[in-house]
Write a protein that binds this ligand. Structure first.
Ligand code: MN
Length: 746
């Protein structure tokens, strides 16, 4: 019972009589023996002793505590340990960790007790579990980006922490019906947002499916019930179909002396529901979708050939769909999944997916990475390591802001993968949407940093070129190249992003150093001592907010030092004179804006307050907006859906002011629209006619590109407000030959 572990949940129920208590004791011991049995295949004598001590410690610590359903609390750690041993195939350390996972948080046992009894490793795991629990389970709000990061920090420390947490969550989901409704919803949505994808990424397919199904059960109870009932009602029909379908295969496998097992099961409730939603179809059209699984018992050296032999038998009886052959045996998925999938036409005219794999592959598919450790000689642990390394790289980058981090991470967690090759034929797995530059950074950060282009399948492409599965990629580098900020717009891997950000910062620093040299040289020419200069005056004069920025602009030639003398003497007196009639200071603005009104009203105190409409999103009246207090440019108005909004709000909440429009004045604001359509003679003149003559709107710029009979144009124009803009967009989209008209940010 990780969630809602308030003391009241665990108060001793005194209503049990001695007979019942004795029965309970027997039941606890029975469950403990079942656990030991599940651990057996890899249990040494010392291991057994350690598990017994852990069990006794937990039993004693949770003595008298009960779960919400009235059961003794120890049932929970026992169940979690059972999942860890049986469903995840983990070893003694994890079983011990599972048994003790709630002790430090909920009982008198301290971390020091754990360390002295079980050693450092177990203590570290329990510490991680206690911390995660504190972050997630007792927080009033949902997962915060920063907390997510903290959790992963623990994860990267010892992956067993997250595996035990996953088992804990699974047992809590299995017993969620005892929780009040609001907690059910919170726990269930967290499960589908975080735990199910984690289970998937780590390769615990069976657990992922169960978590998704259970989450659906609590978030959409009616839908869940409905599908369960319908599945029940159609079970006979399905079983009959599976029997008929597999009969000829079973006969042939036996004839050829192949050792095998055939399983047929319907898709999970969650995936049936997903399909119904995605394709807008009723249950009746998806319920009979299921996979037939053929599991072969074969020697390790014959795995691949036996699987293809089975494939050959299946396709002797049924026609395969050539587009649906998936060979995860030659190239396993990054989470370790291996299997051969084909979709064939059954005699009744229905497509059936057939999965062919060996016993070892099946176990890996169901139990994930832990199963790899059981098959050490042929294991492929590098993929998990690689994943953990990617996370570690992210965590090690101290500037990565929490929101960026969660985005990058989620992208890597949920994205589909593509498989591409190096010129030497080495396989690389990247998230879908990866570009040539991502590939370059994946090989080595030096190659990424100096990348100027690539050859994809021997054709020259730019670094922003998006890769597809099967591409062979050769990176072209130049010693003169260095990472640019705009690269961030087209890389998707966390590694590339982190490296580019770091390099850009480093580059800026170097340029800034050069600027400092120039600045000091100038001072020497002027025979002014560095110590005699008030940097603050200079910053104010040039309107920059830090020395680093000043030096950077000097080096880039943006700031000319011709009037440095004026800047040095730009003291408060000359500042006041300078400012006269130029509005009021930033501090005064903040005071004024924050002090009285609940929001900055744009268009009203135009003269008094120094504000600008931000060019990154070009807000116009009618847009939802906010004000951002800048150092030198007064308040900048952004649209709340501006691409920079989240970043500004999350990093500088204290500088955000509410803002709204006043409808009073007829002022014009700059806005951009994008049009596409068929490149017809006269289309441009029709567009401009509508804009300037009919609607009397002033255009600032227009640019139109046409190719292959289509055109794509951008127009910047001045409008009064969103209503005005929308009328214009509507008018334009009615023009002959126009396919789409939409507003753009800039
Ligand atoms: Mn727990």
């Amino acid at each position: 019972m990780a969630n809602g572990k308030a003391i009241s949940d665990k108060q001793v129920l005194s209503s049990k009589n001695t007979v019942e208590l004795e029965q309970e004791k027997q039941e606890i011991l029975k469950r403990y023996r079942v656990l030991l049995k599940s651990c057996k295949p890899n249990l040494e004598k010392d291991d057994k002793k350690l598990i017994r001590i852990a069990f006794n410690t937990a039993l004693e610590a949770h003595q008298g505590m009960r779960r919400r359903n009235g059961e003794p609390y120890i049932f929970h750690p026992l169940a979690v340990a059972q999942i860890v041993a049986e469903e995840m195939s983990l070893g003694t350390t994890s079983v011990v960790g599972a048994l003790l996972h709630d002790t430090v948080e909920d009982t008198n046992i301290t971390l020091e007790d754990i360390e002295s009894r079980f050693g450092k490793t177990i203590a570290r795991i329990i510490d991680g579990l206690t911390k995660i629990s504190g972050v997630f389970d007792h927080g009033s709000t949902s997962i915060q980006a920063e907390n997510f990061r903290k959790m992963l920090l623990t994860l990267s420390d010892d992956v067993r922490v997250i595996l035990i947490k996953l088992a804990d969550r699974l047992h809590n989901m299995r017993t969620l019906h005892f929780m009040p409704r609001d907690k059910q919803l919170k726990i269930a949505s967290e499960t589908s947002f975080l735990y199910a994808p984690l289970a998937h990424r780590l390769g615990f397919y069976a657990i992922k499916t169960e978590l998704d199904d259970l989450a659906l059960k609590y978030t959409e109870p009616e839908i869940y019930e409905d599908i369960v009932n319908k599945l029940q009602a159609t079970k006979k029909e399905r079983d009959k179909f599976i029997q008929d379908f597999t009969k000829p295969l079973i006969d042939e496998f036996r004839k050829q002396g192949i050792k095998f097992e055939i399983k047929g099961r319907p898709k999970s409730i969650h995936s049936i529901w997903n399909k119904m939603k995605r394709q807008h179809v009723p249950f009746e059209e998806v319920y009979d979708l299921f996979a037939i699984r053929i599991i072969l018992d074969t020697a390790p050296e014959n795995e691949k050939s036996e699987c293809w032999r089975a494939y050959s038998i299946v396709t002797d009886f049924f026609v395969p769909n050539p587009d649906r052959l998936r060979d995860w045996i030659s190239t396993p998925k990054a989470n370790g999944y291996e299997s051969l999938h084909t979709t064939v036409m059954s005699d009744t005219g229905k497509w059936v997916e057939v999965q062919i794999r060996t016993r070892r592959m099946d176990e890996i598919a169901e139990k994930g990475y832990a199963a790899h450790w059981k098959y050490k000689e042929s294991s492929n642990e590098s993929a998990l390591d690689e994943w953990l390394n990617r996370i570690r790289e992210l965590l090690e980058n101290p500037d990565s802001n929490a929101l960026d981090f969660i985005d990058d991470f989620k992208l890597n967690l949920f994205a589909e993968e593509i498989f591409v090759f190096t010129p030497k034929g080495e396989l690389k797995t990247l998230p879908a949407g990866s570009t040539a530059l991502d590939f370059a950074f994946d090989i080595h950060s030096d190659i990424g940093s100096h990348c100027i282009g690539a050859k994809v399948n021997h054709k020259l492409v730019p670094i922003s070129h998006q890769l597809s599965s099967g591409d062979q990629v050769e990176i072209i580098t130049s010693a003169k190249q260095y990472p640019k900020e705009d690269w961030l717009a087209f890389v998707v891997t966390a590694k590339a992003k982190a490296k580019i950000k770091a390099a850009v910062k480093e580059h800026r620093r170097k340029v800034s150093d050069e600027g400092k040299e120039i600045f000091n040289r100038k001072l020497r020419q002027m025979k002014t001592a560095e110590s005699a200069v008030n940097m603050n005056n200079i910053l104010l004069y040039y309107k920059v907010n830090s020395n680093a920025e000043l030096f950077y602009r000097i080096a880039m030639g943006v700031i000319d030092l011709a009037d440095l003398n004026k800047a040095i003497n730009y003291d408060s007196k000359s500042r006041k004179a300078h400012q006269k009639g130029e509005g009021i200071s930033l501090e005064e603005i903040v005071k004024q804006v924050r002090g009285n009104a609940d929001a900055l009203v744009i268009g009203e105190n135009l003269e008094k307050i120094d504000y600008k409409l931000s060019p990154c999103c070009n807000p116009i009246p009618g847009d939802d907006v906010f004000g951002f207090i800048t150092i030198n440019e007064g308040i900048k108005i952004h649209r709340t859906n501006c691409p920079n909004a989240i970043q500004l709000m999350s990093n500088y909440a204290y500088r955000i002011v509410k803002a709204k429009w006043t409808g009073a004045k007829q002022i014009s604001f700059l806005a951009g629209i994008r049009l596409t359509g068929a490149d017809d003679v006269g289309v441009v003149s029709n567009i401009t006619k509508v804009i300037s003559s009919e609607l009397k709107v002033n255009m600032r710029s227009i640019s139109i590109d046409s190719h292959d009979g289509l055109f794509d144009g951008t127009i910047m124009l001045f409008v009064h407000d969103t209503k005005h803009l929308n009328t214009l967009i509507k008018k334009l989209s009615q023009l002959k030959g126009i396919m789409s008209v939409s507003r753009i940010d800039n």
